[in-house]
Design a protein around this ligand. Structure first.
Ligand SMILES: Cc1cc2nc3c(=O)[nH]c(=O)nc-3n(C[C@H](O)[C@H](O)[C@H](O)COP(=O)(O)O)c2cc1C
Length: 187
């Protein structure tokens, strides 16, 4: 499939099941991430692949973080967080390990990591898997970052869920171009 068809047809897939991508396929997906555009060749991207029982450990980390954030959190809320990483066989934590104060601003370092995430989504699609980019409060939580080996200055840009698509893949709807793009012809 050519790249334009692949991009126009890409959809997020919230329902993902096993089997997920193999170790070799995950490597391919990650290598595609490493071709993200990158101002200053800072290579700010870091990726943690979480699969198998490690997903349970990630869920427990989310629960621990939520208990710190909100000691009154309900059992239901904690249970939902605990189960979140189980929504796919593979979760890739995609992080911008930022360099504040560098001539390449942090926003560009985060933008590069976001481009890496999109490369991964397209690579997963091309390999016949589904992908879903998620964040939520846990992506911004200092305890989560610290326990995953990052600093508060670093940004979790995505929890990228990968797996086999459960059911029919949604058809992509491309928005009307006129609402978002115009020719600028000068002042
Ligand atoms: C930075 C970022 C964070 C996102 N976080 C979530 C999330 O936590 N939960 C969610 O349901 N969708 C989230 N989304 C949106 C989905 O990944 C997806 O893009 C959206 O549902 C639109 O579907 P489509 O990609 O098929 O157009 C996020 C997207 C981005 C770019």
């Amino acid at each position: 499939m050519d790249v334009i068809t692949a991009i126009l047809g890409r959809v997020s897939c919230p329902k993902l099941v096993a089997p997920g991508p193999s170790a070799g396929e995950i490597d391919t997906i990650l290598r595609c991430a490493l071709r993200a555009p990158d101002h200053g060749l800072l290579r700010p991207w870091r990726f943690l692949v979480v699969e198998g029982e490690a997903r349970q450990a990630l869920g427990e980390l989310f629960v621990e973080a939520e208990r710190i954030r909100n000691p009154q959190a309900s059992a239901e809320a904690l249970d939902k967080l605990r189960r979140n990483p189980l929504r796919a066989p593979v979760v890739v934590v995609c992080v911008a390990a930022t360099v504040p104060g560098h001539k390449v601003p942090v926003i560009e370092q985060v933008a590069s990591t976001a481009a890496a995430v999109q490369n991964m989504q397209l690579a997963a699609d091309a390999l016949g898997y589904g992908a879903m980019w998620r964040t939520g409060p846990m992506a911004f939580d200092a305890h989560v970052k610290a326990c995953l080996g990052f600093e508060a200055k670093d940004e979790i840009v995505a929890f990228l869920y990968l797996g086999r698509v459960d059911g029919e893949r949604r058809r992509a709807e491309v928005p009307e171009l006129e609402a978002y793009a115009h020719r600028w012809t000068g002042r």
